[in-house]
Ligand binder design. Sequence first.
Ligand code: HSE
Length: 310
Amino acid sequence: MLIDVTAYAPATVANVGIGFDILGHTVEAVGDRVRVRRIEEPLVRIRTIGGIAGALPVEAARNTAGRAVQALHAAHRLGFGFELDIDKGIPLSSGLGGSAASAVAAVVAANALLEEPLGQLELLKFAMQGEIVASGSAHLDNIAPSLFGGLVLTVGIDNPRVKKIPVPPGLRCVLVHPHMLLGTREARAILKADVTRSDFVWQTANLAGFISGCYSNDLDMIRDSFNDVIIEPQRESLIPGFKDVKRCAMSAGALGCSISGAGPTVFAWSEIQYAEAVRGAMVAAFESHGLKSDCWISTIENYGARVVQA
Ligand code: HSE
């Protein structure tokens, strides 16, 4: 029987512009690792938090990874416990799904230590308990892609359906993370509780157009519908220079550009041949607003969380 397992979970772009709280995709090359060790005491504790850790709570109930494993532990009334070592690869408060990735990696590792491992949908629910600790609300658009991989749509919360959406070949996601912090709670707190009927029509049309464009490899449809008329306009002022960054990305050939999750990372989808130019344009635009940044070019259909060491 295994007693010590490490799992990796990738970063994610939540919302993907037009699918607030229901659509997200994985990002290559950035992610969190969690090592989980089986211990005799029937409890969950965090031993270390390393990497780009910042000031994360080590108390399990207040930590996304700890809370997620506590939920799994409580649901199965296990006679043993888990000790976690969390290695953060995803910058904090960056809009790249760091809290979700820690929760997902933790439940995937803990699951590998169970005599009868659970299915992914069950793990999704436990990881969501961790996400609630971080953002104060239940949403799956980081958790589900981080766990399942690729571009993922979720329908429902208590008994979610998870649907992988195909991505046309030759597309890349450009991500630019300006060096500033933006909390998910803060970025959710400013959102209005209602929408106008015309915005509702535009947004549903755009989401439907975007998804149908993905299924039919219709890049024009994706470009025309890659437009969040509800959330982005309310959040753009939280990110200095956002409008310029987006304008520059689009001029350099992007199919669409928006805020990754709650921000401040800005992402753009583009055909592979324009990806470098899009990245350069976005980085330069942030620089002109006095913000240094990190940037990545990622494929969109990637693997989800997995055990990397057992
Ligand atoms: N859908 C969420 C939001 C993602 O935009 O608030 C945050 O991680």
